[in-house]
Design a protein around this ligand. Structure first.
Ligand SMILES: *[C@@H]1O[C@H](CO)[C@@H](O)[C@H](O)[C@H]1NC(C)=O
Ligand SMILES: *[C@@H]1O[C@H](CO)[C@@H](O)[C@H](O)[C@H]1NC(C)=O
Length: 348
């Protein structure tokens, strides 16, 4: 090891004429690493360790969830290619409206054959409950089940949304679970998905994450809910895609609660039990907020941590982008200058 600096330097000087090649090689590796393509490649290997069964649909699901209070089943009378389930909190009316006016609206839905629905539970205050009912009647895009809306109940919210999709939206080919502070480029996402087949569980992959054993933490997972040293690889809850068949296989693994309070981790655990390997998709940003620029919104499938105003601006950028030129390797820029937004507060 100690000798390497001199030895390596001598080797380098000896092969001076190959420097451009070396430079190119190193830049290529750097690009693939930073942009996430290398991880995409590696995650393909995971499937060797999983044994996937095939899904015979429709099966009778027996998922232990509370009854639905709102169920806009008629929206699926002609099923979309991609059903987007947005996990939302009752008080986030402004975020839902921003999504309705942008990527979750009619223009986007028609262009990409997608359908965007919000998933909520029941707020504690009667005023909030009434406001939510009013909003639901106006927009008919909300799924609600009878349980208390709270952070610790997020897993139940996801399972509720997925169950609804499987039962009431049979013809949908793919499901995207996301949050109300995420921007989604539905057009390029569906274009990508049309080239895929088979059971799929895709997103921003997290490997080798340890359960948080601090009882005061927001992400506390007691031993009795998960006793492993590491979680299995799972896709970030800010945006993951399940093919309809994969969602069915995953829901078949659900047992009665209590469940780990991290919904994305729990889906990863269920996927492992179902034999469905998660796949890393470099263009899904996970917790990252990409730079607020036209080219990043055109290139990436998602961006996290958006304010309602930022969402509107991003949408306007996309609408005006038809003639916009983006440099090659733009994803490198979007990833390097992206900002991590762990939870909640938006940046744009
Ligand atoms: C919802 O659950 C509450 C108790 O948790 C119950 O009192 C109420 O009747 C339920 N509503 C419906 C429509 O099922
Ligand atoms: C989750 O929902 C159930 C059913 O409404 C409720 O009993 C429970 O208190 C909720 N959990 C939290 C942590 O709010």
């Amino acid at each position: 090891m100690l000798l390497c600096p001199t030895a390596c330097l001598r080797l380098l000087l000896l092969h001076r004429r190959r420097w451009p090649l070396l430079f190119l090689g190193v830049s290529l590796i750097l690009f693939f690493q930073v942009s996430g393509y290398l991880e995409e490649l590696f995650s393909g290997i995971l499937s060797i360790f999983y044994s996937t069964q095939s899904y015979v649909s429709p099966r009778v699901l027996n998922v232990p969830i509370p009854p639905f209070l709102l169920s806009p089943a008629s929206t699926c009378s002609s099923p979309p290619f991609l059903l987007i389930l947005v996990s939302s909190a009752p008080t986030h009316r402004d975020r839902r409206d921003a999504i309705r006016q942008t990527w979750g609206g009619l223009a986007s839905a028609t262009a990409s054959s997608s359908l965007t629905l919000f998933v909520l539970a029941v707020p504690k205050s009667p005023e909030e409950r009434a406001a939510l009912m009013h909003e639901a009647v106006t927009h008919r895009d909300m799924i609600q089940a009878n349980f208390t809306d709270s952070y610790r109940n997020l897993t139940l919210k996801t399972i509720t949304g997925l169950t609804w999709a499987l039962e009431k939206c049979r013809g949908a080919r793919y499901l995207l679970k996301t949050d109300d502070d995420v921007f989604v480029n539905t057009l390029i996402l569906t274009r990508f998905l049309r080239g895929e087949s088979g059971p799929q569980y895709m997103g921003r992959l997290h490997w080798h994450v340890r359960p948080d054993r601090d009882p005061d933490s927001r992400h506390y997972v007691p031993q009795k809910l998960y006793d492993g040293k590491y979680f299995p690889p799972y896709c970030s809850g800010t945006g993951y895609i399940l093919s309809y068949g994969a969602a069915g296989l995953i829901l078949e693994q659900v047992r009665s609660g209590p469940w780990p309070p991290l919904e994305d981790v729990y889906v990863g655990i269920l996927a492992q039990a179902a034999g469905i390997a998660p796949r890393h998709i470099a263009k899904i940003a996970g917790s990252m907020s990409v730079p607020h620029s036209t080219c990043c919104y055109r290139t990436m499938f998602t961006s996290h941590g958006m304010t309602p105003k930022g969402m509107q601006e991003a949408w306007n950028m996309l609408k005006e982008a038809a003639e916009h030129w983006c440099p090659p390797l733009v994803m490198f820029y979007c990833k390097v200058f992206g900002q991590l937004v762990e939870n909640g507060e938006g940046v744009h």
